[in-house]
Design a protein around this ligand. Sequence first.
Ligand SMILES: Cc1cc2nc3c(=O)[nH]c(=O)nc-3n(C[C@H](O)[C@H](O)[C@H](O)COP(=O)(O)OP(=O)(O)OC[C@H]3O[C@@H](n4cnc5c(N)ncnc54)[C@H](O)[C@@H]3O)c2cc1C
Length: 384
Amino acid sequence: MDLAYTEEEEEFRARLREWLAAVLPRLPAKPGPDDWPGRRAYDTAWQRMLYDAGYAGLHWPVDAGGRGATPTQHLIFLEETERAGAPYVGANFVGLLHAGPTIAAEGTAEQRARWLPPVLRGDEIWCQGFSEPGAGSDLAALRTRAVRDGDHYVVSGSKIWTSHAEVADWCELLVRTDPAAPKHRGISWLAMEMDAPGVTVRPLRTLAGSTEFAEMFLDEVRVPVSHRVGAENDGWRVTMVTLSFERGTAFVGEVVACRRTLAALAAEARRGGRWDDPVLRRRLGRLNAEFRALWRLTQWNVSEAQGTGGVPGTGGSVFKLRYSHARQELYEAAAEVLGADSADLDREWVLDRLSSLSYTIAAGTSQIQRNLVAERILGLPKGR
Ligand SMILES: Cc1cc2nc3c(=O)[nH]c(=O)nc-3n(C[C@H](O)[C@H](O)[C@H](O)COP(=O)(O)OP(=O)(O)OC[C@H]3O[C@@H](n4cnc5c(N)ncnc54)[C@H](O)[C@@H]3O)c2cc1C
């Protein structure tokens, strides 16, 4: 893999920088952290600006409405948007980073035409209805039932930890379509409209005080059979595609943001007279090396994924495992630098620190990533 940039890539970077400099000052003020309708409007407005300028779905395949850009152009896009302080995907997280890419990889031509353009334009946002009270790490134990009734499924059950459920239009939903089959074989992947009769969303509050996720109750919700992605009972295979995007590529833009936060932290340490402390300097230096290595790993993963039609491999688990811990270490270091201020809940860093605790749980816990790395990369025997 060649890590140097070509002349064409540098030109792409220059054009993007110019565009960012012109449009970012026109963005409205960012809404408060718990104003979800406001955040949806802000995030989708940004997505629309990207779409109009030709930057939406940059690395998505052309037949999925994307621009078919190279992995390197995609990484340049992430670097430059982050460097310029542009908004990240926000409420568009699921649609742009894992439901959309799954539909691009596994959906029919009609499904791609129906669901992908509105995601790219910022017209519709998605949430993820995978976890249930009794099915998190052991996701295949899910019990939400879908019973066939003509050309519909009738879905009943409950989901939990559904991020952005309150403001989402669609849900990537896992259901059990064959209760008699072995647990991994009786699952299907459906696209469910969030305003369908029978869907009830009840917000949950996180440690950081945010209502970013919710419980979702499904009472005989009718979902057209044509909204199933992949074959009936083949949903576990489709789920693996979704999870590989979620773990492998969905967080990569955040690595750039962490490098910026680290630089800000070093500046704060200098201002506050902590820079003379060699232990702190070593800690920040080690984190800097860690995030640089994670960015290189990202480049490698993204470039490897080109060989599998853009679907990331198990390398995503290595990334997710290491990134989630590095993010927590970054915010622990921030608490040390901020001292007494680290308890001030009005500071963005404090909220980020609290939310960093969820990173080793969301998208599959660290223990589960270790199991995957042990079994699929190191070839160790299964522990169960
Ligand atoms: C911020 C956040 C956002 C989320 N958003 C969504 C969302 O939008 N949609 C969605 O569907 N889900 C979402 N989740 C849920 C997330 O995917 C689950 O929390 C996660 O998969 C763990 O499942 P669980 O909470 O049921 O924990 P459990 O599976 O009950 O695990 C409890 C503990 O046991 C350990 N453990 C379990 N099995 C094993 C094993 N085989 N080997 C070793 N250790 C094991 C786990 O690592 C963990 O420490 C979100 C979670 C968070 C924190």
